[in-house]
Design a protein around this ligand. Sequence first.
Ligand SMILES: Cc1cc2nc3c(=O)[nH]c(=O)nc-3n(C[C@H](O)[C@H](O)[C@H](O)COP(=O)(O)O)c2cc1C
Length: 447
Amino acid sequence: MAPMTRSRADAAGVVGESTVRYYVQRATAGLVITEATNVSADAVGSPMTPGIWSDAQVEAWKKVTSAVHAEGGTIVMQLWHTGRVGHSDVRGGRLPVAPSAMAIQGQKHLTATGPKDYEVPRALTTDEVRATIDDFERGAKNARAAGFDGVELHGAFGYLPNQFLVDSVNQRTDEYGGSLENRARFVLEVMARLVGVWGEGRVGIRLSPTLAYNGMVDSDPLATFSYLIEQLNALPLAYLHLMRATPDAARFPSWPRDTLATFGPLFRGPLLVNGGYDRDSAEAVVEAGHAQAVSFGAPFVSNPDLVHRFEAGAPLAAGDRSTFYGGGEKGYVDYPALRDPAPAVAKGYWLVLATVTDPARFGQYTAVAGPTLASYGGRVLARGDVAEVVEGAVPRRPYFVEFPSYAAARACFGSAAYQDAIALRAGAADFDIVVVEGMPPGPPPTR
Ligand SMILES: Cc1cc2nc3c(=O)[nH]c(=O)nc-3n(C[C@H](O)[C@H](O)[C@H](O)COP(=O)(O)O)c2cc1C
């Protein structure tokens, strides 16, 4: 699953329960790459995008990683600094920062109050460039603390690392600008730090050598990106995530026409490609050995079970672009999987909440716990009014939740969100939880 900004974090860059659900729904992707995630407050360019610099952000991401892992998924975080692709409106009045004080021309930036012209960013001092590299390293450490399986540097689409690379935008005269070696220095130093934190096979990088978006017009992308990729070969990377894009031939006659054929063979590790693939073209590129894997972006927005649909040759659902960026659960976690509704009882792992003599408190508990259970794939089979267990003189009403796996039930039970729900019940003597392992398929028991 390719990285996709969905702008559903809160104003402090903290992701919520719906984001847990969103990623869990897509955990069958094999490798999930998260939405671009800001490494510092200064990295932020767009509203409601998440971060990985504060403790609260790390705690929130832990819920995502543990839930995706409970589903057998693998998830890496895309680390982001937007550089000049931002606006003071979404940065508390501070101008965006960039290698050089040059604004993006001919495009507008989406802010919370509508599209705005780009401002001239403030050029980073050399010390600030070094501090920004430190921010990426902290992001990598925090991502590890949050339980991710690795990190990907967002080096594509004209964000800060890309801005350092491209000569028309990087006019610096210190060691981070000028020659090809100097322009590549920022990206290479960041990557070395990320590998320092994560070790071998855990760090990827995304590049878009032939995409002019956000003013990324290099005089010689072949030389720039060939050099960069050659240098990256010295690091034990997990992958290079390459965007294929066919540049406008009239505007850029000297640019390579076929990104994959030009740059792919230069990289000596696993190559992950992206951009407008469907099932068959993805199979073909992997079969031909031109790439080891293909990532899918937009199709995953509206097809949480994309892998299953590909396997089944099933049609894909179209996505609603108006809910791609920002908003609530609509267009985010409400795209159904093909198999919904799930079979009545699948695997029979049940979390049995034996309760309750006070219905009011039970309602309070279910309001908080319900979304958490659901985010771990928990499905309520029977509520308190269906069955009754008599223990001594007290009638106890069980609440049966089926999980897709025992691990999922355990992960849910141990999660901070679930503990919050339990805290509501503190001191209630009539509250009890039992995870029943390997309960045979069938309807929940009545006694
Ligand atoms: C809603 C949306 C948000 C995106 N956000 C990001 C992002 O945060 N980081 C990134 O590298 N690419 C981002 N992209 C680009 C996708 O990762 C991908 O490159 C693009 O959708 C093309 O692949 P596709 O044809 O499979 O959709 C985004 C794309 C979409 C549709």
